[in-house]
Design a protein around this ligand. Structure first.
Ligand code: GDP
Length: 441
């Protein structure tokens, strides 16, 4: 889970304050101490932590609150608002649109995860109706083309590159021309990296940029460098007219909070974060839903994003508007194959608050597996059913017997499904989501 420790720290502080018998200055100070500690442990700059603390204190003036005001809610709202503010870098200068050709150039230091991220970015957009293509203009690192080719083939994305040509500008121009002719609407150019910000790297970036005229330059940065991200983001922003940033390796790195807050402080829009080595480990970044997820408040948009990253998209039948049990099953199955169940657990409201505590993540995954066992005992009509009344007591009893689970567990799973289905209906995205449900079961 992204920045799990930081989320646990802050959510824990808020939960403890909720349990306090009286919410006075003392309880508020304890809560703020805990939150500050969690932020510092996540490598957020001391000055930023001090400002957040002061802003929350200002927003929560306990003496001035009218009698009967829910002080706990006021504090929670202030904490949420301040953490959002810390992580809100603003919007990118350009967002690709379907059917309109655009060129996006990726820049960054070697090893930052640039090549992997190019494919993640392409795959993310392909799943949302774009026609992306990849161009490997990295002629500096031996094996760069092979790596891009391998990733692109896996994700079924057209690619262009050369084993023999050493001029990155020439390759970039040829690739962009080729894919423009093929009516690709998102042409992604991967450029060379270096070990540090050398003049040669910046000059090559400038030349490729001049020749291909990208609509957006994305800077890819390794999140494990923590606060040092501030200087790096600032330097690249100035020298390569960077319009957006993607921070990688946000999985399991204690310094993720530092990187994210530092980049946001440069007002460089962070548009995605990388959360693992695999192609679907890629999350669109938007401060509010991100913080909701971080604090275990659930995030339905993030959930839909993860589902879209996980759905099979070749020859999918339309699913219409109903979130059937089969769709839920399939979603669990795909995420399990991708090893991303933990991420999913953190997205589902209700699930997340239960499993946010340390060590509970595994329990959450076990629960999902239990749900899948229960669904294995359902008939096709039950899995595909759109009428909630179909699930009567005798069916529930039969499913419980068949799966060797308790009746209460079956009921609990059906309720969870109902809740997700209800929220799902409200999201406009469900119309676009297709699933090959019949084939993969
Ligand atoms: P490049 O030199 O910048 O093109 O970097 P690569 O794309 O070759 O990535 C360098 C290493 O980082 C590879 O081992 C990737 O699998 C790994 N990597 C990339 N993104 C992520 C991420 O979000 N999380 C983790 N854990 N590893 C990543």
């Amino acid at each position: 889970m992204v920045l799990a420790e930081l989320g646990r720290g802050i959510a824990g502080a808020l939960a403890r304050m909720k349990e306090a018998i009286v919410v006075d200055e003392r309880a508020l100070a304890d809560c703020l101490n805990e939150i500050s500690r969690a932020l510092l442990q996540a490598d957020v700059r001391f000055e930023t932590v001090r400002d957040i603390r002061a802003s929350i204190k200002r927003a929560v003036n306990l003496d001035a609150l009218a009698d009967g005001t829910d002080k706990r809610r006021v504090i929670q709202k202030a904490v949420f608002g301040e953490i959002c503010r810390m992580l809100d870098p603003g919007k990118p200068s350009f967002t690709p649109s379907k059917g309109k050709p655009s060129v996006v150039m990726f820049v960054g230091l070697q090893g930052s995860g640039k090549t992997t991220t190019c494919t993640k970015y392409a795959d993310y957009h392909r799943r949302r109706g774009f026609k992306p293509a990849l161009v490997c203009a990295d002629t500096f690192r031996a094996g760069a083309f092979d790596q891009l080719k391998q990733n692109a083939t896996k994700a079924k994305i057209p690619f262009y590159g050369s084993y023999t040509e050493s001029d990155p500008v020439k390759i970039a121009v040829e690739g962009v021309d080729k894919f423009r002719k093929e009516k690709c609407d998102l042409i992604i150019v991967d450029t060379s990296g270096r070990h540090k910000q050398e003049a040669a790297l910046l000059e090559e970036m400038r030349q490729v940029s001049e020749a291909t005229k990208p609509d957006l330059v994305i800077f890819v940065m390794d999140g494990s460098i923590g606060q040092a991200a501030f200087d790096q983001a600032q330097a690249f922003k100035q020298s390569a007219s960077v319009g957006a940033v993607i921070i990688t390796k946000m999985d399991g790195h204690a310094k993720g909070g530092g990187a994210l807050s530092a980049v946001s402080a440069t007002k460089s829009p962070v548009i995605f974060i990388g959360t693992g080595e695999h192609i679907p480990d890629f999350v669109a970044f938007d401060a509010k839903p991100f913080v909701k997820r971080l604090l275990g408040m659930g995030d339905m948009d993030g959930l839909v994003d993860i589902i879209q990253n996980a759905m099979p998209i070749d020859n999918p039948p339309e699913i219409g508007g109903t979130f059937t049990l089969r769709l839920l099953y399939e979603m669990f199955q795909n995420l399990q194959n991708m090893g991303s169940l933990g991420q999913l657990v953190s997205m589902i409201p209700g699930f997340s608050s239960q499993f946010i505590e340390k060590g509970k993540e595994r329990e959450g995954q076990a629960k999902i597996k239990r749900y899948m066992t229960i669904m294995d005992s359902m008939t096709a009509a039950e899995l595909d059913g759109t009428n909630p009344k179909l699930m009567n007591q005798s069916r529930i009893n039969r499913i419980a017997r068949g799966s060797g689970r308790l009746v209460s567990e079956v009921v609990c799973m059906l309720e969870e499904h109902k809740r997700i289905a209800k929220m799902w209906k409200k999201l406009p995205i469900h119309k676009k989501l297709n699933t090959n449900s019949a084939k993969s079961l």
